[in-house]
Ligand binder design. Structure first.
Ligand code: SF4
Length: 366
């Protein structure tokens, strides 16, 4: 285990962290490796910012899967937003969507060329602006996992103004986790499931991982101690040869999730196959507005759908970073041609992107 300079880390309880790290070390296999995958940009931030990997034995590895909802939006769906903006539709989006590369530029490029693209902090803000400017058509680029989909659902069901529609790019996490298990050479031994997604969906959608795949799965919170505990719980399961679904984050995540949010999502969306940047098409992984809300579906309203986009630019390794096959620093462009100030790939754009997280904590990663 690497040395742990507890004073230099900002743990609220460094002694507890040290104790958990010692327990992980004691349970780690004498031979072979335990590879744990998380699927959450916030978990990656906690892990890198607090240097948690340096506390783990060398044969316990934590890799980052597709946990950044902005990074995995396929270029085709950015292209759709760019096309609408170029046609004179006002495109509203969250700030980190602005710079995500499409096949031929981002929404920021479209804005620089004169298109009306506006950053909002909530979908309700976008609706408010649309009501104030009834002569213009507004589209909201709805990006996010199960955490943000309920807000889109609530607004879509709330009788939006006629000059407003949604360009949905919502994706679901459990199908992506299942897909990772089919990537043979990843050889994952356990999953850390994201606390905020789980607060919405509950525990049931993860039950297949231990039951069918014999994959230890632990729902975890976002404090450093939460993540270390999740690693400990998985390493313990591996050492005992068990495969269970456990909840490290019961202070927020209830087994049933958030029934109200799930009800709203179910009323607004149907589940369909969706493309993920760097991964491809995943069955049952995307949310599409129901037919009853088709007036508010930008793709239907404007008769527009881009089928194929250019997801990965020449030299960019985002497709490997997104599935945890390589670390950001293994991409030749990391902190050279691709930096937070001048991102090339999608993983460097959002604060939840693995490359962006590593770039911001480059001293920690060494
Ligand atoms: Fe993509 Fe940039 Fe990361 Fe390379 S460093 S994988 S180009 S985001």
């Amino acid at each position: 285990m690497s040395s742990f300079a507890a004073d230099s880390l900002k743990f609220r309880n460094p002694q507890l962290a040290q104790n958990i790290a010692q327990k992980i070390k004691a349970l780690a296999p004498k031979k072979g490796k335990v590879k744990i995958c998380h699927v959450c940009g916030t978990h990656e931030w906690t892990i890198t910012h607090f240097g948690l990997r340096s506390l783990l034995p060398e044969n316990v590895e934590v890799i980052a899967g597709p946990g950044c909802p902005v990074c995995i939006v396929p270029a085709a769906e950015i292209d759709e937003a760019v096309q609408l903006a170029r046609k004179g539709v006002v495109v509203t989006c969250f700030g980190d969507v602005l710079r995500v590369p499409g096949s031929e530029g981002s929404l920021l490029d479209a804005k620089a060329a004169g298109a009306d693209v506006r950053i909002v902090y909530a979908v309700s803000d976008a609706l408010q602006i649309a009501k104030q400017e009834p002569d213009k058509e507004f589209v909201f680029s709805a990006v996010g996992f199960e955490t943000t989909a309920p807000s889109t659902a609530v607004e879509a069901l709330g009788n939006p103004p006629k000059n407003f529609s949604f360009l949905t790019s919502h994706r679901l996490i459990p199908p992506a986790m299942e897909l990772l298990l089919g990537v043979g050479d990843l050889e994952i031994d356990g999953f850390i499931a994201p606390g905020h997604v789980s607060a919405i969906i509950g525990l049931k959608p993860y039950e297949l991982f231990p039951r069918i795949y014999r994959m230890p799965t632990v729902v975890a919170g976002f404090e450093p101690i939460d993540v270390l505990m999740a690693v400990y719980m998985i390493v313990k399961q591996v050492s005992e040869g068990t495969a269970l679904l456990e909840n490290e984050y019961p202070r927020v995540v209830k087994p049933e999730g958030n029934p109200k949010a799930l009800e709203m999502m179910n009323k607004a969306f149907t589940v369909t196959a969706g493309n993920w940047r760097g991964i491809g098409r995943i069955p049952d992984s995307a949310l599409q507005l129901r037919e009853s809300l088709s007036d508010y579906d930008a793709r239907q309203k404007f008769g527009m759908r881009v089928k194929q986009g250019k997801d990965i630019l020449l030299g960019c390794e985002c497709h490997l970073v997104i599935i945890g096959k390589i670390k950001p620093k293994e991409c030749p462009m990391f902190m050279k041609a691709c930096t937070p100030a001048k991102p090339v790939g999608a993983c460097m754009v959002s604060s939840e992107g693995t490359c962006r997280v590593w770039a911001k904590n480059v001293a920690v990663q060494g």
